[in-house]
Design a protein around this ligand. Structure first.
Ligand SMILES: *[C@@H]1O[C@H](CO)[C@@H](O)[C@H](O)[C@H]1NC(C)=O
Ligand SMILES: *[C@@H]1O[C@H](CO)[C@@H](O)[C@H](O)[C@H]1NC(C)=O
Ligand SMILES: *[C@@H]1O[C@H](CO)[C@@H](O)[C@H](O)[C@H]1NC(C)=O
Length: 685
């Protein structure tokens, strides 16, 4: 076979010379048997690559290549004038194997039937043109065993219409449709074709493949939708897909039902959580197969690491049924990347049932307790004392923590059993950002307020004698203002790129990939440790000064000691394990897995929020007095209220009598607060 190529020798850059085998006029040209047979044409060198470039014509006319019956390659490229390829431009070229139409930005239209009767065509490329519509391939009728269709960089084609590839060939087609302007693929687009590979990579506007797009088609067996805007894959038509590639397809947050991908062998996806889906699904399938004792897959052929119990199960079966036929083709594991990692394990948000139960319990208690405290403190018409003000802040912070837990628990409830399908939506969506913001804000504000409370008590007690040294409301307000500012800042940083809430399912800033993030996380943890030390120090000082026999009885001492022990203990169990493991993890020496740290975090982290309203407010006399007064104001259970008012008054009186009369009121209030308010002695009051 002599490869005759349409020729143009570039003499000067961009100049058009009429190919020697063609006849050219001002705005059209024709290459025919006559011109081809003209003297000199036999000297074409076999295999030399010649092409038709820099044509200065407006259109490629009908029958342009008429009777070039032995031609195998036609390439039209590098023109800035061609706008149209007419119908029958490529008609009945029975040896033509390759057509390339490339780099013609002015090309707008390829008329219907431009490619007609090309039985040997095996490669058709239309790239980097200004085409407005998907070209018509319906009359190609190639018999080549494997046609390759390439369409790239045609940014003005908006969609692939129905039956686009009908009539192209009866054989298998590889389609390479990359970097086009497609936004949509219509239903029945691939009707009547046998698809081998379908590459839709880098069609960055492609956001929708209609459900029936693959109706009437065979295949594809390999599909690539990487770097597109697809948010879903069609649930039908993927039955033969063996290789699916969808990396950097960030909008594809949900996979189609896995039963619609029964043949899948290998998947390269964007999000690790999706690989969990295949893992669990295949497992289920395999288990049901094992039950039927029909098909069992040989683990030696598997790609994904089988878990220990998989192996055990199979060994058992192997042992019990040695003659069993192992049919791996029908039931292999799916090789899926990216693999789930420590931060994205294949488990539900709250992976363990007891964790789920405890989370709800803690959530309900924390929300109810703190709401009750807030409501009572705010609607009881007492003067807002420093203590009440601080309690309000504390309750608000702890309420935020309760809301965070509620968000997590609720999300867990919504996504139970199939968190992998929700993981990306949740972790990259606004929900996780809000939850993360709430929890960091809450914990920082809570720790800060606890520190201020301790400092303030300590200050008040040590400076009880010096009236002019007492803290005033505006001091405390300023301190709390700073606390709010600090907490807001710390909680906002992960939203603006320093660390991130989207790394783990429980939305804590566990991202330490950059140095900035690492510094942030370690700094926050250290601040908490320092705050804890300050609280301890303050309580020890308070204890030592109240311990002074001049102020109190021996009996009171033990109570104070107990109460402080409780306060410090809850603070400690909340802080210590988390800080310890978190600091180790933040320094990249993780001692426990994320799954385990989840237990730690969900159970210990909110303990302060759970206990604070009870320790600091609800179990105190002052608070109960508030409740009583409130109830009496409402008119309900008046008798009861009267009783409790008189009771509290009495106890207050006896207490102030016990303590030194010289002390100003505030001291007695705080001393009383510490001494009497503990839930340890709630039974006795
Ligand atoms: C085409 O090739 C065949 C042999 O493959 C030859 O007999 C025939 O003359 C060629 N036709 C033209 C027009 O070159
Ligand atoms: C799909 O192609 C078949 C022929 O192969 C045709 O009869 C049918 O109408 C096409 N379906 C649609 C919806 O165009
Ligand atoms: C197992 O058996 C049931 C019916 O007994 C059948 O519907 C199912 O398809 C079988 N599963 C496999 C994997 O063979």
């Amino acid at each position: 076979m002599v490869a005759l190529c349409v020729l143009l020798t570039l003499r000067s850059c961009g100049a058009f010379t009429c190919p020697a085998i063609c006849r050219c006029s001002a705005d059209t040209f024709q290459c025919s048997r006559d011109t081809q047979l003209a003297p000199g044409m036999n000297s074409f060198t076999v295999g030399s690559y010649r092409r038709l470039t820099h044509l200065s014509l407006k259109q490629v006319p009908s029958h342009a290549f008429k009777q070039l019956i032995n031609i195998t390659v036609i390439e039209i490229s590098q023109s800035d004038r061609i706008t149209l390829i007419q119908r029958r431009a490529f008609l009945s070229l029975h040896s033509l194997a390759e057509i390339s139409v490339q780099n013609i930005n002015s090309l707008r239209i390829i008329e219907k039937g431009a490619f007609t009767d090309l039985p040997k065509l095996e490669y058709l490329s239309i790239s980097n043109t200004g085409l407005l519509h998907f070209p018509d391939f319906s009359t190609i009728s190639s018999f080549a065993p494997n046609l390759i269709l390439e369409m790239a960089d045609n940014m003005r084609i908006n969609f692939i219409p129905a039956n686009s590839f009908q009539g192209m060939t009866e054989e298998y087609v590889d389609m390479n449709l990359v970097r086009n302007g497609f936004k949509e693929i219509k239903s029945h687009a691939f009707n009547g074709t046998k698809l081998n590979t379908l590459i839709l990579r880098d069609n960055k506007y492609l956001s929708y493949i209609q459900e029936d797009a693959f109706e009437g088609a065979t295949g594809p067996s390999s599909m690539d939708v990487s770097s597109t805007s697809l948010s879903s894959l069609p649930p039908r038509g993927l039955r033969q897909v063996r290789f699916l590639k969808a990396s950097s397809t960030f909008a594809l947050k949900r996979l189609p039902p896995l039963d619609s991908l029964p043949e899948l062998l290998e998947a390269e996806l964007t999000y690790p959580s999706h690989c969990c889906a295949f893992h669990t699904w295949r497992r289920k399938q395999r288990e049901s197969a094992l039950k039927n004792f029909t098909k069992i897959c040989d683990l030696s052929q598997t790609e994904i690491e089988p878990t220990a119990d998989d192996a055990n199960l199979l060994n058992e079966i192997n042992f019990q049924y040695p003659d069993l036929e192992f049919d791996c083709l029908n039931n292999p594991f799916v090789k899926c990347t990216p693999k789930p990692d420590a931060f994205n394990p294949c488990e539900d948000l709250l992976g363990f049932p007891f964790l789920r139960f405890l989370t709800w319990l803690i959530t309900v208690l924390a929300v109810m307790g703190n709401l009750a405290v807030l409501v009572i403190l705010l609607i009881s018409h007492h003067k807002l004392t420093i203590s009440r003000f601080l309690m309000c802040n504390l309750a608000f912070a702890d309420l935020c923590m309760g809301v965070y837990l509620m968000l997590i628990a609720f999300r867990d409830y919504l996504s139970r059993q199939e968190y992998y399908n929700h993981a990306t939506d949740w972790q990259t969506g606004p929900g996780c950002g809000i939850a993360g913001f709430l929890t960091v804000f809450a914990s920082e504000l809570s720790v800060y307020t606890l520190t201020v409370i301790s400092l303030e008590r300590w200050h008040t007690i040590t400076n009880a004698m010096h009236v002019n040294k007492r803290l005033r409301m505006h001091h405390v307000t300023a301190m709390m203002g700073a606390g709010w500012g600090f907490s807001l800042l710390v909680a906002l940083l992960p939203l603006v790129g320093v660390s991130s809430y989207s790394k783990v399912s429980i939305c804590l800033p566990m991202d330490i990939d950059t140095l900035g993030s690492q510094v942030y996380v370690v700094a926050v943890l250290l601040v908490n440790v320092v705050a804890f030390c300050v609280v301890c120090y303050c309580y020890i000082c308070i204890y030592l000064s109240v311990h002074n026999p001049e102020y109190s009885t021996h009996h009171g001492d033990t109570k104070i000691a107990k109460r402080m022990a409780v306060l410090i203990f809850t603070d400690f169990i909340c802080m210590a394990p988390i800080s310890f493991f978190a600091i180790s993890a933040a320094l990249r020496m993780p001692l426990i897995t994320v799954s385990h740290s989840k237990i730690l975090l969900i159970l210990f982290y909110p303990i302060n929020s759970l206990c604070n309203p009870f320790l600091y407010t609800i179990f105190t006399r002052a608070f109960r007095k508030d409740v009583c007064l409130l109830l009496s104001r409402c008119g309900c259970c008046r008798a009861n209220a009267d009783m409790c008012r008189s009771q509290t008054m009495a106890s207050h009186l006896t207490f102030t009598q016990k303590t030194s009369n010289r002390k100003p009121h505030s001291l007695s209030f705080y001393a009383y607060h510490i001494k009497k308010g503990c839930f340890l002695n709630k039974g006795t009051t």
